[in-house]
Design a protein around this ligand. Structure first.
Ligand SMILES: Nc1ncnc2c1ncn2[C@@H]1O[C@H](COP(=O)(O)OP(=O)(O)O)[C@@H](O)[C@H]1O
Ligand SMILES: [Mg+2]
Length: 436
């Protein structure tokens, strides 16, 4: 069956006429005057392929995803090597501007063929459409573009339900402990409701590093150097944490699209040992409410982090409001991201809210509620330590290095041997504070 094709832009040769005259594997069903018209034609189910003869620089990963979601592949014409690389990175098949009609028809059929083949399941594929990622993998294979090595970096997502159970405090301090133990670490603020990593670390940051990284990924321009540039370095006495700060206003959440985020996480894993992501609380898959399944999703940042994470920590407040919330949240998480296998952490553990022998009381209560995941760890409530860290814009390892809270977080991510090494990683400020 002939492949229906829509086109936009004038090519150097009369390619469209050429394709029509081929009476071959493709049929031009519409010539569009701009990309918006082409998108609408594709979304109405008119075509299987789109040829962008001019203006390929307007193609972004999000647009490619929207077309991929309705089963349309894109072939774009360009003579620039850098534009060809960029297009390939965002999942577009590139062809030279002077390509003849028969060769172009071949490219189109090849791309459609490749798209139709069964796709290998991606690691962490939780069923949320990130069609662009699948397309990239396949086109990379077909066009013989050397695949970039997939880094071995571990992705850790720190999630918890509404009510500020301590996601940010735990995520930032885990990242700090890992960095102080000699690992290279990215800390990413992916909370699209209440970004707060910059505030916690005392960064005067209006840069929204994560949004910048997503923009570059969308344009196919996110390489290791670019990612380093948009990250804010935070020097610890031993080690450096690289931070992608969150969106500066909650209404900027549309800048964090699932496909771009996936690319940012992937790139961060390539260059770091650990990528720690502070997520939002909400797990609603709002695309189910929307006709346009590739419209940006309010909770994309949280869901994508949880889908791709190697380890998910679920943090709850250890009190009569926080525990039931966490129990409900865990069943929502089970539905939203079945592969997450969260490690449950009860934070702010204190006798004043949980009764005498709080850990035993909490374990008993947990068994009565009956969620499948056991409690993996308890973190003590320690307002003196957490307030002192907030006040100085430091992590606990600097502001309260001997506090039980700091040591309990360190125990979550570092082996005891590394923890001993860390006793000498206090900054001079922290040492002064200790002496004083
Ligand atoms: N174990 C703890 N003991 C005392 N205070 C804590 C503890 N964990 C978090 N906090 C405090 O609770 C508040 C909310 O923490 P935060 O990490 O911002 O929560 P979330 O990211 O879940 O909204 C902050 O003021 C933080 O300092
Ligand atoms: Mg937070």
């Amino acid at each position: 069956m002939s492949i229906p094709v829509v086109t936009v832009g004038q090519s150097r040769e009369d390619l469209v006429g050429g394709l029509e005259r081929l009476h071959g594997p493709v049929t031009v069903v519409r010539r569009c005057s701009e990309l918006a018209e082409l998108l609408a034609a594709c979304q109405s189910g008119l075509a299987r392929a789109a040829v962008v003869a001019e203006g390929s620089d307007e193609l972004t990963a999000s647009l490619v995803d929207r077309l991929a979601a309705v089963g349309v592949v894109i072939v774009a014409l360009t003579d620039s090597a850098s534009e060809t690389a960029r297009l390939t990175a965002i999942g577009v098949t590139a062809a030279p501007a002077g390509v003849d009609s028969a060769a172009l028809a071949g490219r189109i059929s090849g791309a459609v063929d490749q798209w139709s083949r069964p796709k290998p399941l991606q690691t962490g594929d939780g069923g949320f459409a990130d069609t662009g990622a699948a397309l990239r993998t396949q086109l990379g294979a077909e066009d013989d573009v050397p695949a970039e090595p997939s880094g071995a970096g571990q992705l850790i997502a720190v999630w918890g339900p509404a009510g500020s159970p301590g996601r940010t405090l735990v995520a930032a301090n885990m990242a700090g402990e890992l960095a102080a133990a000699g690992n290279s670490v990215f800390l990413i603020d992916a909370d699209s409701y209440g970004a707060s990593v910059a505030g916690l670390l005392g960064l005067l940051d209006e840069a929204a590093g994560l949004a910048q990284a997503c923009r570059l990924a969308d344009l196919g321009q996110l390489d290791a150097g670019a990612l380093q540039k948009v990250a804010t370095p935070v020097a610890l006495k031993s080690g450096t944490l690289r931070v992608l700060t969150g969106i500066t206003r909650a209404d900027r959440w549309t800048e964090l699209r699932a496909s771009a985020l996936g690319a940012v996480f992937e790139k961060a894993r390539e260059i770091a040992d650990y990528v720690v992501v502070d997520t939002g609380f909400c797990l609603e898959a709002d695309e189910e409410l929307s006709f346009d399944t590739m419209a940006p999703r309010r909770n994309a940042a949280t869901l994508r982090s949880l889908e791709l994470a190697d380890t998910v920590y679920a943090i709850g407040s250890a009190d009569s409001i926080g525990v039931p919330r966490l129990v409900r949240g865990l069943s929502e998480l089970e539905v939203a991201v079945p592969q997450a296998a969260p490690r449950v952490i009860l934070n702010k553990v204190r006798a004043s809210a949980a009764g005498r022998s709080p850990e035993r009381q909490l374990r008993d209560a947990w068994e009565r509620y009956g969620p499948a995941a056991p409690i993996a760890a308890f973190l003590p409530s320690d307002s003196a330590a957490s307030d002192s860290a907030l006040l100085s814009g430091c992590l606990l390892l600097e502001a309260a290095p001997h506090s039980g809270l700091r040591l309990a977080i360190a125990d979550l991510v570092c082996a005891p041997a590394q923890r001993n090494r860390r006793s000498s990683v206090l900054s001079s400020t922290a040492k002064r504070r200790l002496k004083g």
